[in-house]
Design a binder for this molecule. Structure first.
Ligand code: URA
Length: 252
């Protein structure tokens, strides 16, 4: 059971103050009857609530898919380049943050949520959650592809075996996909530099089994569908042991 004003502000549609004002003005109904008491306790799982005549569903946690454009940063700290500026104020108020980080020049799939525990678990190195990227790079020889796939000893860690596929290896050695299960700082750029190539463009296309929606232009976002949230919950097996591993840090 939660207070009616909290129910409305958790929906992300109103601030707590706006919710209170609407309730006192008689614009909110609970199970068909107006309720003018912001402190009224309601059952968030069962109550049928409307505000200004429109149904308001209770949203404990929210998940969005953003097609991150270049020249944006994956932070919540008020940076003018923050990806959070692509969301309207009413959604920024519900504690949304990016689930992981992409470099300032990396584009593509970034999940945005207010579900801290699930995000933490998805980013835990123990989860081996797969991320796939499309890349453009300096031409890759078969031997360099093999080295990338086997794992590269970098200054602070050795990358795990991964999949690298060139789109059209007979004619084009500069475009392909790489799927990794880690999320270390500048990982893919560092792996390519270590084998003597270089990433020229990087776009994340899949995160934890969820592909980037091709209908989203850079800068556009949408809520995850129930089926996509179900995929995340299958990836979300809470950690029982202590994890001291590195979780993706701010990358710019
Ligand atoms: N690896 C990188 O080098 N950069 C990213 O943004 C993501 C993975």
């Amino acid at each position: 059971m939660i207070r009616l004003d909290k129910y409305l502000s958790d929906s992300g549609l109103f601030t707590r103050r706006e919710a209170s004002r609407l309730i006192r003005a008689g614009a909110v109904t609970v199970d068909g009857s107006p309720c003018r008491d912001p402190a009224q306790k309601i059952d968030e799982d069962a109550a049928d609530v409307t505000a200004n005549g429109r149904p308001v569903g209770y949203a404990r946690v929210r998940w969005f898919m953003l097609n991150k454009p270049a020249d944006t940063v994956s932070t919540t700290d008020g940076d003018p380049k923050s990806v959070m500026n692509l969301f309207p104020p009413e959604l920024r108020r519900i504690g949304l943050f990016p689930c992981g980080r992409l470099d300032i020049d990396t584009t593509g799939l970034l999940l945005i949520t207010n579900d801290g525990p699930t995000a933490h678990d998805l980013l835990s190195p123990k989860k081996h959650c797969e991320k796939e990227y499309r890349f453009t790079c300096l031409p890759l020889a078969d031997e360099q592809v093999r080295q990338l796939e086997e794992g590269i000893a970098l200054s602070d860690f050795t990358s795990k075996p991964c999949r690298v596929t060139l789109d059209d290896p007979a004619h084009d050695r500069e475009h392909g996909r790489i799927a990794v299960t880690e999320g270390k700082y500048h990982q893919i750029k560092r792996m390519f530099l270590a084998v003597g190539s270089e990433i020229l463009a990087l776009e994340r296309t899949v995160f934890a089994g969820i592909p980037l929606d091709p209908d989203l232009a850079p800068g556009e976002w949408r809520a995850l569908t129930p089926a996509e949230i179900e995929i995340l919950s299958q990836n979300h097996i809470p950690d029982t042991g202590d994890s001291h591993g590195h979780i993706e840090t701010t990358q710019r």
